[in-house]
Design a protein around this ligand. Structure first.
Ligand code: ADP
Ligand code: MG
Length: 696
């Protein structure tokens, strides 16, 4: 048995391998590329490619691929083998510098939102040397960005890298004002906590809805759900434990720092958290984690559900995006410091985040929008659809003291002055952490909790990085001109608190009163995807992303089209699946059951004056519900047909929500009631109870 330290990163072409296998000069050149973004000349790239190929072949790889993240949200790869004919009927294994740096996948079928007409189908992939190459299933995977020949981003990684550059640039300006001349670069870091469900494969295979849509479209509540909360952090079942052990090992091989795992609130729900890392790498790793989770589950005879809401009435799955900013000198800029100077710098960055979240709450909401996540947000479990920030009592009191020119607690006499006073220590308390807040300060980082479990972390971090970059640039503009830096900073922080404190809310985010209060404060409550997506086209948001060169206007519009279209497609597939299930399986089964009941009644009545009230009452009830379900099927069918005539994406998304989804919800109510009346052996699908408790 090899040890964990041997296993860790064993399938990654990481720094250790590079040092070992590259000539010193090439290693140094590559380091410069990784650290400072200098381009790598083709000769050096050829040396790197060769070393990568030899290493990969030794590990059993035969193919290579440019691994990228198109706007579908899942990763894509097209495999090419290393073999190259030598002309004498033999082959050699080859991988050139050019093949490492740039690829050209035939990408005409990836969504581009009109960015790339099909006749100009070509897009190219470009190596991201900051994310290490790795081997997966015998294939050398090169992490890449994916662009059109016109330079437009066709993926989720390119804008993410651009947003990291934007925040780097603006944060450096601010840090310079604080005298940090040694800092050369600033990076954002992310640790995404990933929730998921595990169900038994045999049970899963009997549910068309899970197979086609990832969630149950019908299903009556089981007698036992999550009420007892006996699953949360409970004992992990042996099958799940074996899965987690395997999963960890697979992730470790890829250098993914899988660290904690536990049961979640709902039965069959679990969570995995890695140790945080640089944002683009965290995004790559999270994509890989989701993929490997599904593969390893299959090996264990289970299916890993990453859908945001696989089961109605049971908690859904999210992804918590833990986010911070740190310098290349190792300082976490969201860590309150020890000295007045460190505190002032911390408060400046904190205020930039507060202002960013308030001003771009709409874009943060857009960044987590999907048909699946609509079931979670605002559904009394995950954070509400209203974006607000939790800072905790101590920090809020400090901000109030600054705002009111007051001492920060009753024992203090002096007015709190930035740059003069040391802030009190904030206890890094994990016990009273507000779990209902969408955006919580957790001691030295922020935790954004609105992401859906299946979504890529890229979009959210693009918004966060860019919005904070904008606020930092505004701060730098003011402070660079100031004669008295400390006074100007004090004023700036005070003004930011006054202007943006409406976004701060430390109470219970699930409370209906908060939703009313939020409305009074003028905060947005964008309940569904069609409600929020149009905000991404607002001038304010266009300006933000174009100013910082993260998205062009065309790229923003293309993303809007893709997201709207994707939403309607998902609803349409769900509607069709429901119709299929109702027409082919549920109604016929119920009809058979009614037949059985009426046969029983006839047989009983043949015996004379026998009590048939059970069968008769049940038959009446089942028949009535069947009639209602039949009408609702017709209504849904009608809505599906109407949707077909709508060509405009915005209009279709709206229609899908207001009519299709509404008709689906209606049908579900009746069918779920039917399920409670029909004998188990007649019901065509495994019940919620069987699904949720299928893994022993
Ligand atoms: P929990 O939220 O479950 O109590 P932790 O607070 O320990 O757990 O961490 C949650 C996640 O936050 C982990 O993935 C961790 O690596 C990540 N994290 C910790 N510090 C930072 C940071 N500075 N930047 C980004 N993520 C971080
Ligand atoms: Mg957490």
């Amino acid at each position: 048995m090899s040890t964990i330290t041997e296993v860790f990163g064993s399938n990654v072409f990481d720094d250790r391998v590079m040092r070992e296998r590259l000539p010193k000069e090439t290693y140094k050149a590559l380091q410069r590329t990784i650290k400072d973004g200098h381009s790598l000349d083709i000769n050096a790239a050829t040396v790197v490619a060769n070393a990568m190929k030899d290493w990969a072949i030794e590990k059993g790889a035969t193919h290579f691929t440019h691994w990228f993240q198109p706007m579908t949200g899942i990763s894509a790869e097209k495999h090419d083998s290393f073999i190259s004919p030598t002309g004498d009927g033999k082959i050699i294994m080859e991988f050139s510098g050019k093949e490492l740096i740039q690829g050209e996948p035939d990408a005409s079928s990836f969504p581009s939102g009109g960015l790339r007409a099909t006749f100009e189908a070509r897009g190219y992939t470009a190596w991201d040397p900051t994310s290490y190459a790795f081997i997966k299933d015998g294939v050398l995977c090169i992490p890449t960005a994916f662009c059109s020949y016109g330079g437009e981003a066709l993926d989720k990684k390119t804008p993410l890298l651009r947003s990291m550059q934007a925040i780097n640039k603006q944060a450096l300006r601010v840090l310079k004002l604080f005298g940090n001349d040694d800092v050369k670069s600033v990076k954002t870091t992310v640790g995404p906590e990933q929730e998921y469900f595990l169900v038994d494969k045999d049970v899963y295979d009997k549910r068309k809805d899970l197979i086609y849509t990832g969630r149950t479209l019908f299903g009556a509540k089981p007698p036992k759900g999550q009420e007892l909360e006996d699953h949360y952090f409970g004992i992990i079942k042996p099958r799940v434990q074996a899965f987690m052990k395997d999963l960890n090992e697979e992730l470790w091989k890829l250098g993914i720092l899988a660290k904690t795992e536990h049961n979640e609130v709902a039965p069959a729900q679990h969570e995995l958290a890695p140790i945080f890392t640089t944002t683009n790498i965290a995004a790559d790793h999270n994509q890989l984690t989701m993929e490997i989770m599904q593969k390893v589950a299959q090996k264990h005879g289970m299916v890993c559900l990453l859908h945001e809401k696989p089961f109605d009435g049971v908690n859904g799955s999210g992804k918590h995006n833990n986010w911070s900013i740190s310098t290349d000198t190792g300082v976490n800029l969201l860590n309150p410091g020890e000295t007045p100077y460190e505190n002032a710098q911390f408060l400046t960055f904190l205020c930039a985040v507060i202002k960013a979240v308030d001003e771009y709450q709409d874009m943060l909401r857009v960044s987590v929008a999907s048909a699946g996540n609509d079931h979670r947000l605002g559904a009394n479990e995950a954070p509400p659809a209203v974006v607000s920030m939790f800072l905790g009592t101590e920090l809020t009191e400090i901000l109030e003291a600054i705002e009111n020119d007051a001492p920060y607690d009753s024992k203090e006499k002096e007015i709190l002055k930035i740059g003069v006073h040391t802030l009190p220590k904030f206890p890094k308390d994990t016990t009273d952490r507000n779990r209902t807040s969408p955006f919580a300060f957790t001691g030295n980082k922020f935790e954004f909790r609105m992401l859906g479990s299946s979504s890529s972390v890229s979009c959210t971090n693009v918004v966060l990085n860019t919005a904070v970059a904008e606020e930092l640039s505004q701060f730098a503009d003011i402070l660079e001109k100031a004669d008295d830096f400390e006074a100007a900073l004090h004023e700036l922080i005070k003004k930011t608190i006054v202007d943006h404190k409406r976004i701060i809310f430390n109470g219970n985010g699930y409370d209906d009163k908060w939703i009313e209060e939020a409305e009074k404060r003028g905060l947005l409550n964008l309940k569904s995807t069609p409600d929020c997506l149009p905000y991404s086209l607002h001038e304010k948001n266009m300006k933000l992303f174009t100013k910082h060169k993260v998205y062009t206007e065309t790229e923003m519009r293309s993303r809007y089209e893709i997201l709207s279209e994707n939403y309607s497609k998902v609803i349409n597939i769900e509607a069709l699946t429901m119709l299929d299930m109702a027409k082919k399986d549920i109604l016929p089964s119920v009809s058979l059951y009614a037949h059985e009941l009426s046969d029983t009644i006839v047989a009983k009545q043949a015996c004379g004056d026998v009590d048939c009230s059970y069968e008769q009452d049940l038959l009446k009830k089942v028949s009535k519900l069947t009639g209602t379900a039949y009408k609702k099927v017709a209504a849904l069918q009608d809505a599906v047909l109407k949707a077909k005539d709508i060509t405009d994406n915005t209009e279709l998304a709206r229609f899908s929500k207001d009519y299709l989804f509404a008709a689906m919800s209606e049908l579900r109510i009746t069918v779920d009631e039917l399920e409670t009346c029909v004998a188990a052996e007649y019901w065509p699908y495994p019940s919620y109870g069987e699904l949720l408790f299928s893994v022993k």
